[in-house]
Design a protein around this ligand. Structure first.
Ligand SMILES: C[S@@+](CC[C@H](N)C(=O)[O-])C[C@H]1O[C@@H](n2cnc3c(N)ncnc32)[C@H](O)[C@@H]1O
Length: 278
């Protein structure tokens, strides 16, 4: 059986890989392999439909004009996709403090926090700098006994880490059905008692000591006032999901909401910010 290998290179990964892969599944692509700037997608040659692919990519480009997409095609023989994927999928160790792994990676007992993540179609495996940065912040953050919100929880990785660090109560919300299901599964696999909910900031109804949001510039700007409103005095807000060039806009919005910038980290042009509510 021959397969078509489609190599997709994207100028921004944000959440577009997941969106595109889900759309490609609908037109017959059945396996995916991530690469640094995009992914490979595989489709059986007899199922491959060039016209459907053109329509899909045309729609994606129209909906995401800021993202450049380039494609390359190759015909290849069938492979054992699972083992190929497992070979390319590495666990992530964040500063000897937190180890984020899939089920086929052995545990690292010498690392205090081992988190088992079944990545599926959700964001949050710590491979992306934005997740990595929040885990870096959480290393030094006082979490024990705190009430925590992880808005845009994705796989639930950050919420699970907070619970493992002794948070009293952790809410983990995401407005995406895939993420909602995946976060529940990951919470169960890690014995983490967190409250996963399919929701966005419009349903916030209680206050937190620590509020985390790794989403994107526009949602963070739009919802910052709600985050601040539901953060207790001296509570901490951790934000990521945006570029260094967005830091000024986010910091100004934070200032207008009584949030004082305390820390700023940057990794591969992605920024993460730590604020305290006055
Ligand atoms: C960049 S991922 C972060 C995932 C995970 N928290 C991490 O740090 O790896 C952003 C997540 O936010 C979710 N999201 C996007 N807009 C949202 C909104 N308005 N409210 C809640 N979740 C949202 C997406 O579905 C996605 O799972």
């Amino acid at each position: 059986m021959k397969y078509i290998e489609l190599e997709l290179t994207l100028s921004s990964l944000e959440i577009c890989s997941e969106v595109l892969q889900s759309d490609l599944c609908d037109i017959g692509f059945d396996s995916f392999l991530d690469k640094a700037d995009g992914f490979f997608a595989y489709c059986r040659e007899d199922v491959f439909n060039q016209e459907a692919l053109n329509v899909l990519l045309g729609n994606f480009k129209a909906n995401n004009p800021h993202i450049c997409v380039s494609t390359k095609f190759k015909e290849i023989e069938q492979q054992d996709w699972n083992s190929e994927w497992e070979k390319s999928y590495k666990a992530v160790l964040v500063e000897e403090f937190c180890y984020v792994r899939a089920g086929f990676h052995p545990e690292m007992p010498e690392v205090k926090y081992n988190i088992l993540i079944s990545p599926k179609m959700s964001f949050g495996t710590a491979h992306h700098p934005t997740t990595y940065q929040i885990i870096q912040f959480l290393k030094d953050e006082q979490v024990y006994g705190k009430d925590v919100m992880d808005m845009g929880t994705g796989t639930g990785v950050l919420a699970i880490l907070c619970k493992k660090k002794g948070a009293q109560m952790v809410d983990a919300w995401d407005n995406d059905e895939w993420a909602f299901e995946n976060a529940k599964e990951n919470a169960l696999n890690n014995n983490a008692d967190i409250n996963v909910r399919l929701s966005d900031a419009s349903n916030l109804n209680k206050d937190y000591d620590l509020f985390i949001a790794n989403i994107n510039r526009n949602i963070l700007l739009q919802d910052m006032a709600l985050y601040a409103k539901h953060l207790r005095t001296n509570g901490v807000l951790l934000l990521s999901g945006f570029y260094d060039s967005d830091v000024d806009a986010l910091t100004q919005m934070a200032k207008a909401n009584n949030l004082v910038l305390i820390d700023h980290i940057s990794k591969e042009s992605w920024a993460a910010l730590r604020f305290i509510k006055k």
